[in-house]
Every structure is written in structure tokens, then in C-alpha cells.
Design a protein around this ligand. Structure first.
Ligand SMILES: CC(C)(COP(=O)(O)OP(=O)(O)OC[C@H]1O[C@@H](n2cnc3c(N)ncnc32)[C@H](O)[C@@H]1OP(=O)(O)O)[C@@H](O)C(=O)NCCC(=O)NCCS
Length: 228
């Protein structure tokens, strides 16, 4: 069985993460009747809305990997079956089922998804200022391009958040796989920039035994690594 992981972070402080639960067109396009009911009866409808949104985005990333290519993303086709939370929660897309994990913080919502048995997954997040500090990059924003990525990695990078999340994820992947970071790369297959799933390579070969997922929104970064 192919094993995949997906992560999505929503920056709750970004103006785009406003409460859209009163926007009936948006709600009808994105959420099923039972999901809408859940949002509208929640103590904090805006928060519940972004939790369910994140679940669908994280699951879309898993499904894209399982199918071998991204399907057209119709949020409504991804059905959250029970609440994301600590206890097993599930989402279905056509014949596929994924499990969900959730982490809520006043500044962000992070949801991750995976298929198959309970896996070894590392899920992590930080804010962009913290990443700059942690990677000691604040004074070298121009240099990271050539210093920190090989050309195939760089080709998939689209802006600072996209670069930073890759550096954080690759560093953690090296730790998790007990492999020197210089042997690892995060690359994307050909396609439209920003719509391509990331893959982990070791010594220039795609790793079958590990999967990686990236997300960035506003000042928030999140990444997930799964090893089978
Ligand atoms: C993939 C998608 C869900 C990403 O969500 P987002 O909120 O924009 O962005 P996030 O920060 O959470 O995730 C972006 C990262 O996801 C990864 N990613 C992109 N497409 C992916 C896919 N299909 N599967 C897995 N991961 C994917 C990339 O690593 C990307 O990072 P990058 O921009 O630095 O390369 C979004 O781009 C999308 O909706 N795509 C589908 C569009 C679609 O089907 N349109 C229909 C008309 S063609």
C-alpha cells in the first residue's frame, strides 16, 4: 500500500481567515449539509469552518499522492465524517478514507491527514520570524537560493515561505531518517507551480519509504514527514 501524509495550516490572524460562515454561496460550495450544520452550531463557527477547511486541504494532498496526480479539487467531494481531534477522526473522498489529526492555537489551525495504519509521522510548525531565526537566515535571504537548494529543488520554490518551509522540513527529515541533510532533496514533478506535490529524494532517487507535505499561509509554516 502506498503511504501518504498531508498537512494544512491556516493563519487565523490573516484577514483571509475571517468568519465566512454567513457566506451562503461559499458554505454551499465547500461544505456538505452536515458539515454546515456543525459549523453553524459550533461555539466558534469561524474556527470550526477553518478546521474543516484544513481537513479537506490536508486530505486533498494525501489523495493527490495516492492517485499519482492531483484530482480536480472539489472541496465538497471531501467529506469529514467526524470531528478532527485527538481521537481517530476520518474523512472520505470517493472510495478513499484518511485519518485526521488536529492542532488548534489562537494564531493558527493545523490539520494533518494520512492513510493506512497508525504511522510514524512528524508534524511541525513555526512562524516565519522563528524560522528565520532557527535557520540563521535573517541576514542572508539572498544567499539561501543558491546555497541551500540544488537547481531541481529551487525550481519548485515560489517565494520566501515556500523556501523556508522546505528548509525546515528537509532538516527534520534528515533527523528523522538519520541521514545527512546533504543527501536529501525536496523536489516536485513537472506541472503548475504551487499545484505540485512535493516528494523526498535521497541521493537523487525518490524515497518510497518516506513521504513529505508542506503548507504555508500568512506567517505560518507547517510540514509533515511520514516514514513507513
Ligand atoms: C494544493 C492546494 C490544496 C494547496 O493549498 P494552499 O492552501 O494553496 O497552500 P498550502 O500552503 O497549504 O500548500 C502549498 C503546498 O502544497 C504542496 N502541494 C501543492 N499541490 C499539491 C498536491 N496536489 N498534493 C500535495 N501537495 C501539494 C506544495 O508543496 C505547496 O507548496 P509550494 O507552494 O511551496 O510548492 C491548492 O493549491 C489547491 O487548491 N489546488 C487545487 C486546484 C484545483 O484543483 N483547481 C481546480 C481547477 S484546475
Amino acid at each position: 500500500m502506498k503511504l501518504a501524509v498531508g498537512v494544512d495550516v491556516v493563519d487565523l490572524q490573516d484577514p483571509r481567515a475571517r468568519d465566512r460562515s454567513g457566506d451562503t454561496r461559499f458554505m454551499g460550495r465547500v461544505f456538505s449539509p452536515s458539515e454546515r450544520e456543525r459549523i453553524l452550531s459550533a461555539a466558534d463557527p469561524a474556527l470550526e469552518l477553518w478546521v474543516l477547511w484544513g481537513a479537506k486541504e490536508a486530505a486533498f494532498k494525501v489523495v493527490s499522492k495516492l492517485l499519482g496526480a492531483p484530482p480536480t479539487f472539489q472541496h465538497n467531494a471531501f467529506r469529514v465524517l467526524d470531528p478532527p481531534g485527538v481521537v481517530a477522526s476520518r474523512l472520505a473522498y470517493e472510495g478513499l478514507a484518511v485519518q485526521l489529526g488536529l492542532d488548534v492555537h489562537p494564531q493558527r489551525v493545523m490539520v494533518w491527514a494520512w492513510n493506512g495504519p497508525s504511522p510514524e509521522i512528524l508534524v511541525a510548525q513555526c512562524r516565519i520570524p522563528d524560522a528565520l531565526h532557527s535557520l540563521e537566515l535573517s541576514a542572508q535571504v539572498d544567499e539561501w537560493r543558491t546555497d541551500r537548494f540544488n537547481p531541481r529543488e529551487m525550481e519548485a520554490v515560489r517565494g520566501l515561505p515556500s523556501a523556508l518551509v522546505r528548509l525546515m522540513a528537509r532538516r527534520d527529515a534528515a533527523r528523522m531518517l538519520r541521514t545527512p541533510e546533504t543527501r536529501l532533496a525536496i523536489t516536485c514533478p513537472p506541472g503548475f507551480t504551487g499545484l505540485r506535490p512535493p516528494y523526498l529524494e535521497r541521493d537523487g532517487k525518490l524515497m518510497e519509504e518516506a513521504d513529505i507535505s508542506l503548507s504555508h499561509d500568512g506567517t505560518q509554516l507547517a510540514w509533515a514527514i511520514r516514514v513507513s
